[in-house]
Write a protein that binds this ligand. Structure first.
Ligand code: DP6
Length: 324
């Protein structure tokens, strides 16, 4: 056993969205998703095994965690051990995100935790096994093991081995993601709760299940062809279908706020002026805009001017996880 593991993982953004599960216990997605790993959003996690501890000690951004957040960390360490008895660990994690972001960090967080803890406990795991482990924490985390463009297929109920796989590295791709962060949103509904409610109550759940694989295919083909417009258009369609299915849940699962719509107006205006720009949103009000590298400065300038936007970051395709 090394006793210590340290991992640096980048967050990712889904170009074709994952929304909803086919097996809640194993956290298996009901639809395939395709993502790009982003260099601008990084989580660093250290795991130190400490046999003198009587429980795991979890710290996130210098704040000691208890309750659900700490429990999810301990559950992942238990899963790594297949339920066998284990020593407890000190887990220290930092999100290198802008402080106002409110961006979901679970993807980079659980990817870094899976890799750092396997190293700390001296348990050799392949990238695919680590991806499947990270998936149990958060399905989007399965994709953050890899750099560039990554696919997480839909799951098969009962099959806990599902992992993401890399599609293409980022070489030769000049895309950028401009992240426009907005404020004044009330606390979001956790994606897990939003998915459950959508699956159980939305009249559009079946429609989402029917159309999501097609968007994933179009995004995959668009990435292979380096066709930014095809990827962008399918990403927007996937995003709108996902949010529509959630919005139709009872009660509604609505992540889109007024400031989100203002930002979307700016993206449409960019397209009207001839700048290729396509928007996506996740389980929150922020808008992320896909564009060519050459247009990123213009897109960032326009998004900065949207009402309610408090911070804008330009991210490029990022690397896979690094473990030491
Ligand atoms: C909208 O991976 O956070 O960002 O597996 O329940 O933890 P759990 O969900 P999570 O969901 C991400 C949903 C999304 C779309 C995506 O990233 O594919």
């Amino acid at each position: 056993m090394n006793g210590r593991g340290f991992a640096v993982a980048c967050a990712n953004i889904a170009l074709a969205k994952y929304w909803g599960k086919c097996d809640e216990a194993l956290n298996l997605p009901a639809v395939p998703s395709v993502s790009v790993t982003l260099d601008a959003l990084v989580t660093e996690t250290e795991v130190v095994v400490d046999p003198s501890l009587t429980a795991d000690a979890v710290t996130l951004d210098d704040v000691a965690q208890d309750g659900a957040a700490a429990r999810k960390v301990s559950e992942l360490l238990d899963l790594l051990h297949g339920g066998a008895p284990r020593a407890f660990a000190r887990v220290t994690s930092h999100n290198r995100f802008p402080s106002s972001s409110g961006l979901a960090s679970s993807a980079s967080g659980f990817a870094a935790l899976a890799a750092a803890s396997a190293r700390a406990y001296g348990l050799e795991r392949s990238a695919s096994e680590l991806s499947a482990l990270a998936r149990r924490g958060s399905a989007s985390a399965a994709r953050s093991l890899y750099g560039g463009f990554v696919e997480l297929p839909a799951g098969t109920p009962g099959d806990g081995s599902l992992a993401a796989h890399p599609l293409h590295d980022a070489a030769g791709w000049d895309g950028r993601v401009v992240i426009a962060m907005v404020t004044r949103a009330p606390k979001d509904i956790a994606s897990r709760d939003g998915m459950r409610r959508t699956t159980r109550t939305s009249p559009y759940w079946d429609a989402w299940l029917a159309c999501a694989p097609g968007y994933a295919r179009t995004v995959r083909d668009g990435i292979a062809a380096r066709d930014l417009e095809a990827v962008g258009a399918a990403m927007e369609a996937s995003t709108c279908a996902m949010h529509a299915s959630a919005w139709a849940a009872v009660p509604a699962v609505r992540y889109i706020r007024g400031v989100t719509l203002d930002a979307l107006d700016r993206v449409e205006a960019l397209r009207r002026e001839g700048t290729g720009a396509w928007a996506t949103m996740d389980a929150g009000p922020h808008v992320k805009v896909l564009c060519a590298a050459a247009d990123a400065a213009r897109v960032a300038e326009v998004m900065r001017g949207a009402p309610g936007v408090v911070d804008v970051r330009v991210a490029k395709p990022g690397p896979g996880i690094v473990v030491t």
